[in-house]
Design a binder for this molecule. Sequence first.
Ligand code: UD1
Length: 427
Amino acid sequence: MDRIRIRGGKQLNGTIRISGSKNASLPLMATALLSDQKFTLHNVPRLADITTMMVLLQQHGVEINSAAGENGHSHGTTLTLQTRKITSTTAPYDIVRKMRASVLVLGPLLAREGQAKVSLPGGCAIGARPVDLHIAGLKAMGAEIDIDGGYMIAKAPKGLKGARYTFPKVSVGATENLMMAAALAKGTTVLANAAREPEIIDLAQCLTSMGVTVEGIGTETLTIHGVDRLKEATHSVIPDRIEIGTYAMAVAMTAGDVELVGGRLELLEAAAQTLRSAGVSLEPTEKGFRVRRANGQLHGVDVMTEPYPGFPTDLQAQMMALMTRADGASMITETIFESRFMHVPELARMGANVVVHGESALVRGVSKLRGAEVMATDLRASVSLAIAGLAAEGDTTLHRVYHLDRGYERLEEKLAACGADIERLKG
Ligand code: UD1
């Protein structure tokens, strides 16, 4: 298994180009199941999770062509997807267990074919992560769903019907699944207390260009008017806000000065405010924005993860890594996922001072971190260890790098191009 070795102490200086969003690409790719028309998707990042989604869609009958970026999207991949016929309505355990977002095929398959059999995603490194809201929402639209042998067996013999569904809890994936199902349902669907993440807005805009009328885009109430058939469409994936935030934190950690090209500050919302309070300067430029420390020192800040526009749970581990070197203490509270502090013992191996009390972690800044052998446990935890390694004395070796490869495109190349001493050790 590959490892990444980082020799800390180098400042990051230069430019980093931001990739297309992984979490926006996955539901956008699943929309190809809704229609027999051609769908072109630009700016898709080259990542293991994208490949997993391609494999899943292909076994449902989606024809996919992948080419180097076109139309000015020279840094991502352009995918052309077309589903003349659904050849299987089953999403098997072997694929779903690799990537939880596979459940996003449930709504589109059910809406188009009137049936779907999708494996339950099972355990996950960051808590239980149930799918009850996906199921309840589809049931409100007339589906019958049973659980049998670890699979959700869903049927809607007369098709799905528009309905009003209020989410008891904000869920990104369940909102996406129901939006896609509603696109082909008979009549109008109202989703209340829906997620408002930029990835949801991107999906709504894509459905709009496929001929679906979506009202309330960007608000917590989405109204979707179903159609019989979707049109051919072309869409470009938004920049990856989690990649943007991650590199902003890496640059701040090394007291560097980097322009994030293609980075859009407005996608960061609360995370940008938090970074500014910690003493990080973020200034818009023509091509993105520039990150550097404002007055030399980082200050401890309190952070609580929340649904968008609050501070994202997917940046919590990276923010904690940054705060290990701040002046003073920070209270980091995780409200979205249980067990999402697996990076804490690994950061402690590098000399960080972090104490966890329930859903909060108290981080007391230390004057130095020391390189160590550390283990990645999930995607965002792993990159937090890389951030710590960039500012640590000596060598840090990150094991289980496959977690990083799920969500960060060419991480070591992007960091090395800005002066980091980082290399991938194969095998
Ligand atoms: C998505 C993101 C993930 C991010 C998360 C929260 C993708 C591919 N993944 O995951 O990176 O960390 O949003 O921003 O976009 N829940 C239920 N029942 C359900 C569904 C969710 O109780 O049926 C709970 C979850 O356990 C969690 C919370 O709701 O506590 C939010 O989860 P959700 O927004 O659904 O996360 P994902 O869509 O899985």
